[in-house]
Design a protein around this ligand. Structure first.
Ligand SMILES: Nc1ncnc2c1ncn2[C@@H]1O[C@H](COP(=O)(O)OP(=O)(O)OP(=O)(O)O)[C@@H](O)[C@H]1O
Ligand SMILES: [Mg+2]
Length: 517
């Protein structure tokens, strides 16, 4: 069953139920993406688990989200439960070996895994707008905010940085509007309120430093297995937009950072996008187009994206068309929409003369699926009715203690656990405000002095001094304005330098608006 260059998925059956042949996913087509669909309880998570196991054993790192907590068991060795052993016998999987896998747990909230963060600068205006469900006017203001920050070298690390920048924009709306385009004060205010809501929803945990380095989700072990990054997503699912935006950000990071590799003999990383409907649920058209673009282009960076969702109609057609490896579990066909889903799912397969796809889809058992993968020169194999192999790791969750043990020996232990608050927009704008206040104070003091001075020196007969005084008064507003600008400019320049030396690049944004390297 174990063949070089191939990942064993399960064994197909003939119409008379006898064994047909083993079904594989060819690793060299692993970057041609995939789709796992099926109604609830039909075996999607287990399929994801066995695919992740297979990739890991082949040395391919995997990233996946654990939506219900039941995927964490992949970090523990499986047990020979009766129904699993029976399945193994049924499909001729012999020997049926058990194995634990190298897992790295991640968690945006830092509770069930290592912290995952990114900065607002990294994420960019497009995804942030999506996260906030921003109106067009708000999106316009956010675009300007990022422009000011990018051009001025004001790092937007966390939510308070953006709040501070928005304050500044509100205060200087008319001057900034001339330079960057119209800034509506009411939109600024409404974004600020939205940011507070985001904060209350826990998004503040996610924005800051140290930001996740993608090399940490692309690790392999000394014995050549790919690490499986498991994102704890049960709590995260309560904020579906944050979940979807985070995964999109990660995908765009991978896309922007990884080099072109063409078609490698196995993927560099496989990325499972569970609950994929959340990604596309009322997403604006432009975002869907960009996602489609990223999915298409990321293939040549060696990244395979596998969407996992209940209904194939959840995924836009343009994206669906790019998913080469397919595992379709059972669907129900009661409502018209369900019937349409069955038809769509059936039509996308290369037909098998032995059976009618649409009919079989509604009759598949648990852990059984219609499977078609890419073969030969990259064309889809004829669809087969397949019993999916049982996992080698544990089916079901880890205990808290087991999870903690895994985290204690994790290769990223200690790298992300503490927040790091370096000087960024918030601190810089606070400093600017302080300096401005100081300058204003100085100017006031000077004015007071001049006042008293004037009463002293404008005494009749001291004409020279009166002239000087008039010059002083004229110069004052200009000088304080100038003062403010210099501080701002100096601060911007110094940070631009830090940013530039730190990452060695100008701030350029990619397809999904995240920073490009
Ligand atoms: N390949 C398999 N081998 C053995 N048992 C399986 C297999 N696939 C699924 N099962 C059984 O079916 C149960 C449900 O599968 P799973 O949790 O993968 O469903 P699901 O489609 O992810 O459901 P949900 O949509 O509710 O998350 C498993 O707990 C397991 O008992
Ligand atoms: Mg599941």
């Amino acid at each position: 069953m174990l063949q070089e260059g191939k990942l064993y998925i399960g064994t197909s059956r003939k119409p008379d139920d006898s064994i047909n042949k083993p079904e594989y996913l060819e690793l060299k087509f692993g970057n041609r993406h995939g789709l796992v669909t099926g109604a609830t309880g039909t075996g999607k998570t287990v399929t994801l688990q066995i695919l992740a196991e297979g990739f890991s054993n082949a040395g391919v790192p995997v990233f996946c989200a654990d939506v219900k907590g039941d995927l964490s068991g992949i970090g523990a060795i499986g047990e020979a439960k009766d129904f699993l052993v029976k399945r193994a016998e049924q499909i001729g999987l012999s020997p049926y070996d058990f194995q634990e896998f190298p897992v790295i747990f991640w968690d945006l909230y830092g509770e069930k895994g290592h912290r995952v963060r990114t900065t607002l600068s990294e994420m960019g205006p497009l995804l942030l707008s999506r996260l906030m469900n921003a109106s067009d006017a708000q999106e316009g203001v956010l675009n300007i905010a990022f422009k000011i920050a990018d051009e001025g070298g004001l790092p937007l690390l966390d939510l308070k940085d953006l709040q501070a920048l928005l304050n500044y924009m509100g205060e200087n709306a008319s001057e900034l509007s001339n330079q960057f385009g119209f800034i509506s004060k009411s939109s600024v205010g409404s974004i600020q309120r939205e940011l507070l809501i985001l904060e209350q929803q826990g998004a503040e945990h996610f924005f800051g430093e140290p930001a996740l380095k993608i090399t940490d989700i692309m690790r392999t072990t000394n014995d050549g297995r790919g690490a499986i990054s498991v994102l704890a997503a049960d709590k995260l699912m309560m904020n579906p937009r944050l979940y979807a935006t985070f995964l999109l950000w990660l995908l765009s990071e991978l896309f922007e950072e990884l080099p072109e590799v063409g078609d490698p003999d196995k993927p560099k990383l496989v990325f499972f996008f569970d609950e994929a409907h959340l990604l596309f649920n009322d997403a604006p058209k432009v975002l869907v187009e960009r996602v489609e673009q990223v999915v298409r282009l990321i293939r040549s960076k060696g990244v395979g994206v596998y969407f996992v969702t209940q209904n194939p109609l959840d995924v836009p057609e343009t994206v669906l068309a790019q998913l080469g490896n397919r595992v379709q579990h059972a669907l129900r066909a009661y409502s018209p929409r369900e019937q349409k889903a069955v038809r769509t799912a059936a039509e996308t397969f290369r037909p098998n003369p032995d059976f009618d796809c649409a009919e079989v889809i509604t009759n598949l058992g648990t852990g059984e699926a219609l499977v078609s993968t890419l073969e030969g020169k990259g064309s889809p194999s004829m669809v087969e009715r397949t019993l999916i192999r049982p996992p080698a790791s544990r089916l079901g969750p880890l205990t808290d203690a087991e999870r903690q043990n895994v985290m204690n020996v994790s290769p990223v232990r200690g790298l992300y656990d503490e927040d790091f608050d370096r000087e960024s927009a918030y601190e810089m704008l606070v400093k600017r405000a302080e300096k401005a206040a100081e300058a204003a104070e100085q100017a006031e003091a000077q004015a007071a002095e001049e006042q008293t001075g004037r009463s002293r020196w404008t005494l009749p007969g001291f004409g020279d001094d009166a002239e000087e005084d008039a010059r002083g008064r004229q110069a004052r507003p200009r000088s304080s304005g100038y003062q403010r600008e210099t501080i701002m400019e100096a601060a911007m320049k110094s940070v631009a330098r830090t940013v530039a030396t730190q990452v060695g690049r100008a701030l350029v944004r990619g397809i999904l608006g995240s920073l490009k390297r």
